[in-house]
Design a protein around this ligand. Sequence first.
Ligand code: 4NP
Length: 165
Amino acid sequence: MIKILFVCLGNICRSPTAEGVFRHKLNQVGIRDGYLENIYIDSAGTGAYHTGHAPDIRAQQTAQNYGVDLSKLKARQITRQDFNDYDYILAMDRDNISNMKRMCPKDQQQKIKLFLEYSKNYPTISEVPDPYTGEREDFEYVYNIIDQGSSDLLEYFLNHYALSQ
Ligand code: 4NP
């Protein structure tokens, strides 16, 4: 099984959007994720401010407009155990990477990458900007980056792993 963790700061805007969009794209190609499947995905924040909260309503509404339901996700903070458990730990920005590297065991640090590193627009766009203090259009902008990044990431996984068997 491959385990992927999407990470941002609060786990209420960018990383739950990435989790929801990536799951939606997996489902569209007939792949399910979960403990009994070939792929398991989750998201977490480096900060604990929003632990237990549903995604930001602006992120939920933006995703809903594209048919992606984020309403059942709940924010959690990343733990040291996650670095052992997950194979790909994909950060939305470089601040998330430095925060994680401070707590990640040395022998697991190679698992930490930028989410957009698998994207064809990388390195032109290498980070997903934080929309939290922005407006609705910032959420739309961020959603579109995550949507493209998730398509590219899915292509990468389909090319490298036999996910649907
Ligand atoms: P996220 O956005 O990292 O994309 O979930 C943020 C959400 C909350 C905060 C910062 C960023 N905050 O400072 O509360």
